[in-house]
Design a protein around this ligand. Structure first.
Ligand code: ATP
Length: 417
């Protein structure tokens, strides 16, 4: 990767015309206000890597909220303002742009959210996690496209290194541990030697971070192309154990995540499927600790619990003689996502076949006779109707009743008996 000092060509190549028009306009408006506006963060890193990233974060030396207000004025769009953070989000058409006043941050104690004060662009870049994420591109007309790289981010990018700024970085905010592993694995980079030893020293500090913030980092990991690489590395370094002491990664997850991707095509696996596989071997109590620590949303919690329940039934599901009606009763309460987890995680071909049979066929089965048909046949309305329908369903699942006549004959027999 050659040394670059101006990114105007890369912007032209990587960003859609409408966005290029917007940022040029933003530069002009900022200059008119005697302010300066910059592209910052991951989008700069990705421009240098020749990757498309439409996650646009802008930093302003000046009043970001007022500037954002001017930029959205002539657009049919929306602005959301967070005055206490001096940030604004503007959105129009399909674009979303974050604009923040450049700031300085300090930490009152490890794991706390930072105290924020307005600062220069250089301050704003220094507060960031890694040098590769701490570059900016100027948009004001006189300097348009100029790369600002006070911490040698481009050099680290070229050498494939993830580097923090100072010794306390992982202590101030140990979510950076997860972030570091995510970038290292996504980009096939390496944690620079001193950063790696600081990271190892900071692992215990993960306990100072709220479950909500850790959950956010996990959600980001699950959006990656290959999340298992991050978990593998986290397992190797002892980071995974901070999520739950029983979590380990011995390579099992890699195979299962790859299967999850196959099963989910053409989409990405949903986060609850990935999460259920990650926690598949936890005991009930450990799973509950994991759920409450991360304050997982209801839908994910349900999939995790259901997956645990299905795992507890594997013995019966592994028996080739288990009848289809029994498979149905073993599984009908659980969400399709948990059942998919069971198929992927189950290492027994018979259990997989049984679970798949449920998912593809059994769960859709219904008796041919309805409640009304039974009443017409003279069965008094009441709980008996439900009982008979259940017995008819079992007969259908097990192949004992194939036609309406079969079902009528059975009902006749039961009434006699
Ligand atoms: P991705 O490519 O995964 O979207 P990104 O680099 O755009 O990553 P975001 O999470 O959107 O990352 O954050 C935007 C920028 O904010 C980062 O590039 C980084 O400079 C900074 N940042 C985010 N989280 C932290 C943190 N915990 N500590 C310091 N800087 C952070």
């Amino acid at each position: 990767m050659p040394q670059v000092t101006n990114l105007a060509d890369k912007i032209e190549k990587r960003l859609p015309g409408e966005l290029v028009g917007f940022i040029k306009q933003a530069g002009k408006v900022a200059a008119g206000r005697e302010e300066a506006i910059y592209l910052v963060g991951g989008a700069v890193r990705d421009l240098l890597l020749d990757k498309t990233n439409l996650d646009i974060d802008l930093a302003v030396e000046g009043d970001a909220i007022a500037l954002a207000g001017e930029l959205i004025k002539d657009k049919d769009g929306k602005i959301t303002i967070h005055r206490q953070f001096s940030t604004a989000k503007i959105s129009w058409h399909k674009w979303r742009i974050d604009i923040a006043t450049a700031r300085r941050e300090s930490y009152s104690r490890p794991g706390a959210l930072p105290t924020v004060k307005p600062g220069s662009l250089k301050d704003d870049l220094f507060r960031r996690d890694f040098t590769i994420n701490a570059m900016a591109v100027a948009f004001n007309p006189q300097v348009y496209g100029h790369l600002i790289d006070p911490y040698s981010g481009q050099k680290d990018l070229r050498q494939g290194l993830i580097r923090v700024f100072h010794e306390k970085s992982f202590i101030d905010d140990s979510t950076r541990i997860w972030r570091g592993l995510r970038y290292e694995q996504r980009l096939d980079f390496q944690l620079e030697a001193a950063t790696l030893s600081l990271l190892k020293r900071g692992i215990a500090m993960l306990d100072t971070i709220s479950g909500d913030r850790i959950r956010y980092e996990l959600e980001c990991i699950l959006q990656e192309e290959l999340p298992e690489k991050v978990f593998r590395r986290a397992g190797e370094l002892g980071v995974l154990k901070r999520l739950n002491p029983s979590l380990d990664d011995d390579g099992w997850l890699a195979k299962k995540y790859s299967d999850a991707r196959q099963v989910s095509l053409p989409h990405k696996p949903p986060p609850d499927l990935y999460m259920a596989l990650l926690t598949y071997h936890l005991a009930d109590k450990e799973r509950e600790q994991f759920i409450s620590y991360l304050r997982l949303p209801k839908s994910i919690t349900q999939t995790l619990r259901d997956s645990g329940s299905i795992r507890a039934k594997l013995k019966e599901l592994t028996d080739a003689k288990t009848k289809p009606s029994s498979i149905y009763h073993l599984l009908y309460r659980y969400s399709p996502q948990a059942i998919t987890t069971g198929i992927i995680a189950g290492d027994s071909p018979i259990a997989c076949r049984n679970i798949k049979l449920y998912l593809d066929k059994l769960r859709f089965a219904k008796p041919l006779l309805s409640g009304n048909d039974l009443i017409e046949m003279g069965i008094p309305p009441g709980p008996q109707i439900k009982e008979i329908l259940n017995k008819l369903l079992d007969a259908k699942l097990d192949g004992r009743a194939k036609t309406r006549e079969d079902e009528e004959g059975m009902v006749g027999e039961w009434r006699k008996g």
